[in-house]
Design a protein around this ligand. Sequence first.
Ligand SMILES: [Zn+2]
Ligand SMILES: [Zn+2]
Length: 181
Amino acid sequence: MQIDWQRAINDILGKKLSCPRCGTLTDDVHIGYLRTPEAAEWAPLCEGCTKRENCDARKLVVLCESCSAAVRLRGRRVDEEGFMHALLEETRRSLEETLDYLADFWREDLDIDPEEMDKRLEDVDPELFEEENNWRHYLEEQYLKIHQWFRERHLAIPGGGWRSEYAEDVIALGYPTLLGD
Ligand SMILES: [Zn+2]
Ligand SMILES: [Zn+2]
């Protein structure tokens, strides 16, 4: 089953979610974290994730109350604002991960020669770079949408300094970002 998450998120914001697991319409939104690959189907941000079939990352999932119990989600019930806070946090965390990967972690991942330490990911493995870059681009787009949601409601975005710090780090690495000024 493919889920249109942009629609699901709009449904949540319309205070009605059709649960991605059972399809029931519900006001009762539960969020929590799961690592199992099957949970990618219930994770909003995995829509843009490249490892969808086999994603073992810790994922923020959204489910109705009974599905939440059925899959033993250690979750909590949230309202609209609580959901957007959690989504914001999750997007930031994922962006920080992509940044760490781009800066350094890929070298361990690919087990590259110490002599190649100075090379950049795009030169060593252009395909992997492209994949990482698309994922980061997708996350930045989600970030902008979430930011917009807070703006439209005149709500202060929590941890407002995060964005400029992130953007500075990306730019310092020599890559473009949608979150710059
Ligand atoms: Zn359900
Ligand atoms: Zn994923």
